[in-house]
Ligand binder design. Structure first.
Ligand SMILES: Cc1cc2nc3c(=O)[nH]c(=O)nc-3n(C[C@H](O)[C@H](O)[C@H](O)COP(=O)(O)OP(=O)(O)OC[C@H]3O[C@@H](n4cnc5c(N)ncnc54)[C@H](O)[C@@H]3O)c2cc1C
Length: 350
């Protein structure tokens, strides 16, 4: 939606094909809603660059459009001596990415967050939360304002290329074909399935997708949290952290479970995992107040045993086809980066 909004502002006639009856029904409505600052991603990676730029753009856009958001800041805490080394690495990496970060000593941490079991921490003042459904509504509105069209219940089945145009075969209540000079595939969890049916695209440029499920639990009782609190991350996930929705409802998540299918059911042993993980930094957790909330699935281009991979955004320089951009692996920080991704894609195309 962010790409469509950006290109519609460049004066292009935009058609968004969306197979569901509403926008954002998939990953975009099943995430933490955190505006990330960009400390985790390798220097010069797309994730680092687009997250840092996107953070700024998103706060600016949210202010301009009155989209509910709060810059509440985030603590990352280490719970034992062995995690401290990792914490310093995150701090140093963040500095390389020009992220504003403060080291919080054990004494300061005890004073500011006495309820946490933590030995050291860093604070990120520019991390915040945003109402993602409202963000999507605003992007839609901008597209419509610029005479763009969003065609719901419309699936892209396949695409062929003739000398001048892309021929896009669609399935709505009936099947039809549209022609376009430009084509962007940003179909999230289906990005591999969708682009496998582009006759002109060499298969070696595509990434098979791996799904990593993340559960969320909400906490229904009193609690002391006013900021986001994250444990030390792993290679594939930022960890089961403290988060909020815009009404202030506290929730924990996501965990990470590799799955074969796109199903949003809760796993039976998820709650035990959450209790163990949360108690490591918040020993006062009352587990009776932890209730199932929702599940999201990450569209990963790396498998379980591989290291973190960058966003894959390939344009004419990569595949020698004018007018086409393919996006894959748009996992976190995809919401934060969305407006910067839109600018990046526009530069590849125009
Ligand atoms: C558990 C979890 C937590 C996350 N937390 C955060 C966070 O705190 N902050 C952050 O910045 N990011 C976060 N993310 C990442 C973020 O949610 C995603 O990067 C972002 O939502 C991806 O948006 P998208 O538009 O690429 O994909 P999607 O939202 O999945 O949209 C793709 C759309 O394409 C449609 N589609 C698919 N195939 C077709 C087809 N053939 N024809 C027509 N339509 C099709 C789908 O219906 C879907 O609506 C998180 C992700 C997960 C899973």
């Amino acid at each position: 939606m962010a790409i469509a909004k950006h290109l519609s502002e460049e004066g292009l006639q935009i058609v968004v094909l969306e197979k569901e009856k509403r926008s954002g029904e998939s990953t975009s409505s099943r995430n933490s809603g955190v505006i990330h600052a960009g400390m985790y991603y390798p220097e010069n990676s797309l994730k680092a660059k687009l997250c840092v730029e996107g953070n700024n753009l998103l706060y600016h856009y949210a202010r301009k459009k009155n989209i509910p958001h709060k810059k509440i800041g985030k603590y990352i805490v280490s719970t034992n001596e062995s995690e401290e080394k990792k914490l310093i690495q995150i701090y140093e990496n963040g500095k390389k990415n020009s992220v504003d970060l403060e080291i919080i000593s054990k004494t300061d941490l005890k004073e500011k967050l006495p309820y946490l079991s933590a030995v050291s921490g860093i604070f990120s003042p520019n991390t915040g939360i945003i109402d993602v459904p409202e963000l999507i509504k605003s992007l839609e509105f901008d597209i419509w304002q610029n005479d763009g069209l969003i065609s719901f219940n419309t699936k892209c089945l396949k695409v062929k290329k003739n000398c001048n145009d892309f021929e896009i075969y669609c399935d709505s209540s009936e099947k039809f074909k549209i022609k376009s000079k430009l084509l962007i595939n940003a179909s999230g969890l289906q990005s591999y399935e969708t682009s496998k049916n582009f006759s002109f695209l060499p298969k070696e440029l595509l990434h098979p997708l791996y799904y990593a499920k993340g559960h969320y639990f909400k906490y229904t009782g009193q609690h002391p949290f006013t900021n986001l609190v994250y444990p030390i991350n792993s290679e594939s996930s930022l960890g089961i952290h403290v988060g909020f929705d815009m009404s202030g409802q506290l929730r924990f998540g996501p965990d990470l479970v590799w799955v074969k299918d796109l199903d949003y059911k809760f796993e039976i042993n998820a709650k035990e995992r959450f209790i163990k993980s949360i108690k490591a930094y918040w020993p006062d957790l009352d587990s009776d107040k932890l209730n199932e909330d929702y599940v999201g699935i990450r569209p990963k281009i790396q498998n379980k045993s591989e290291n973190m991979r960058d966003f894959s955004i390939i344009g004419p320089k990569d595949h020698s086809l004018e007018g086409f951009v393919n996006l894959q692996g748009i996992e976190s920080p995809g919401v934060t980066s969305s407006l910067a991704i839109a600018k990046f894609v526009s530069n590849l195309l125009l």
